[in-house]
Design a protein around this ligand. Structure first.
Ligand code: ZN
Length: 205
């Protein structure tokens, strides 16, 4: 096995960005390279995430990249599986679907000298941080922030995940999690994004 400092110390890479920014593609690319390098890799996804072409045992990106994955309900299941199967490289897709306890699990995996690669939305459709994704970004060795392309003006510098219900922007007070990206979300830059209230960054509930 190739010597890699991440195995002697543990490491965390986090890939973030809005919907349609290519996060899952980047996760698959990174874990695929680790697999080609003969490292013991496992990718986890949340059971809540059932995309159009996804099956229980695979993670599929919108561009068609595909990799085997294990669907779990809780971060604890990741910890148990990694220990039982002596996994070296841990991929986790869509971190925002998990609970804040994901942070504790990732911290433990770093102590166990694992290389962890995570993707997730750092902001919800209202433009407020998912608290545990923001914490993971702060803990990470590397933060890879990707941009989608605005569906209105083709700006590619920064996009929010605009939720559209019945052809109109969703309300600020709607539920934060709504699974089903193609149907409900479009990427919009700061100039084109619309919502009925400004994000409240201090009242984190
Ligand atoms: Zn725009």
């Amino acid at each position: 096995m190739t010597q890699n400092s991440s195995f002697s110390k543990g490491s965390l890479e986090i890939i973030c960005g809005s919907m349609f920014s290519g996060k899952t593609d980047e996760l698959i690319r990174r874990v695929d390279r680790a697999r080609i390098a003969k490292q013991n890799v496992t990718v986890f996804k949340h059971k809540i995430d059932k995309r159009v072409h996804d099956t229980e045992n695979f993670l599929t990106s919108r561009t068609g990249s595909k990799i085997e994955a294990i669907a779990v309900k809780t971060p604890e299941e990741i910890l148990d599986y990694v220990k039982k199967h002596n996994i070296q490289v841990v991929g986790i897709d869509e971190a925002h679907f998990f609970s804040p306890y994901l942070v504790d699990v990732v911290a433990e995996l770093i102590i166990q000298k694992k290389r962890i690669i995570i993707d997730g939305l750092e902001l919800d459709f209202r433009g407020r941080p998912f608290a545990w994704v923001a914490t993971l970004m702060a803990m990470a060795d590397k933060v890879i922030k990707l941009n989608a392309i605005c569906s209105e003006c083709n700006d590619d510098t920064f996009c929010l995940s605009q939720r559209i219900i019945d052809g109109k922007p969703a309300k600020y007070d709607d539920p934060i999690i709504l699974v089903g990206s193609e149907e409900y979300y479009i990427p919009r830059c700061r100039g084109c994004y619309q919502i009925d209230k400004k994000p409240d960054f201090t009242n984190q509930k």
